[in-house]
Ligand binder design. Sequence first.
Ligand code: PFF
Length: 453
Amino acid sequence: MKKNQSASLQSGGKGAGERFSSSGFILAAIGSAVGLGNMWKFPYITGQYGGAAFFLLFVICLLIVGLPVLLAELAVGRGGRGNASTSLIRLSGHKLWGGFGFITILGAFVILSFYAIVAGWTMHYAMLSFTGKLFASEDYAMLFSHFNDSWLPVFWQFLVIFLTGFIIMRGVSAGIEKFNKVLIPGLVILLVVLAIRALSLEGAGEGVSFFLKPDFSKLSAESALVALGHAFFSLSLGMGTMMTYGAYVDKRQSLGLATLAVGGGDLIYAFLAGLIIFPTTFVFGLEASQGPGLVFVALPAAFSAMPFGSLFGGLFFVLLAFAALTSTVSLLEVPVAFVREAFKWSRGVSVFVVASLCFLIGLPSAMSLGNKVSWLTFGGKSFFDWMDFVCSNIVLPMGGLVVTLFVGYAWKGAAKEAGLRGWWLQTWLFMLRYVAPLLVLLVFLYSAGIIKL
Ligand code: PFF
């Protein structure tokens, strides 16, 4: 076999531009994990399920289930060198596993369709804040609902998908990697500035102690399952993203270390998010547990009452927009990698087709939130909520379960690909074979409404 032909086969037929550098991969994977989840969802579920005690549960879930599954997904991607479906087929030799992988690809596609809408809100709010328009209003709940009644969310949703497509059209190294290398440092700076601002507010201590002093009496089986579900969402598991990114990783890179870096990055981000949100809400007498409106309703009220609020509010929403974009990039790459391989289309054509479809599929979600159409709300949930419910509560745990069982029981080469030995290997396999499947199954049954606690 000729030298360059064998190199191309080894790399799964992908050119040099379709590979991450070592640091680029870690930043991109952290970028995928760090998103709206830990800033928009995490604080209000922490508020609802017991503050610091819940945070502790989240950390435990991240360690015993999240990290083992993350390593499993990365290993499948690098071992199979394909998309989230073909990697599983290549490693198992069975189409059935590929079918399960395909469901995770659909999951990423659908998550992107509504995640892009929330990402769009953050951009709109950043603009409102910098221009001072956000603080012209007194009633932030009303402002948010008027915004959703308009066509503006559709415009922003389009922009988010367009930007995401524009980035990944340039490929893995010149697009995804370069973009993350610029945005992640920006994100870190914004996080630190905002945490210092929040912690220096007078009376910030009460919020900090709610976040950091555990009240174990508030814990329940339900909070444990919510914490596990969130650990999955937050590490971008069960949606094919880490398998897809894994396929672009060099063979010499340590996946174990990368897993620790991504887990650590995600945890630090969640921690800093708590240090920003809890003091801010407590100082201004707002409810941290008030639900999804926390970031778009309660926080604008807090920013409006602080000196230089328009600047800090603007920076906060830019931070969210940055975090969201590094995640949307990872989500779009999942179906794009599939389409490229399945139809042998160029990256450009694949991105164009998938991004356009994603925008169209997202339209009913965007429209279901305002008063434009009523038939998009059924069973007490809007179309947007249904998409979120099905993806986060059904597809995501199912995708996680598939990877866990595949790596734990079916794939013989897993240990070698993951690069683990001795105690680390035994612990990893134990978690994947027994602990993770059981817990993930419980989350699945609970969140799908099959068991009640
Ligand atoms: N991890 C992202 C967040 O916390 O916002 C969300 C996410 C991205 C979930 C990618 C799933 C995924 F595949």
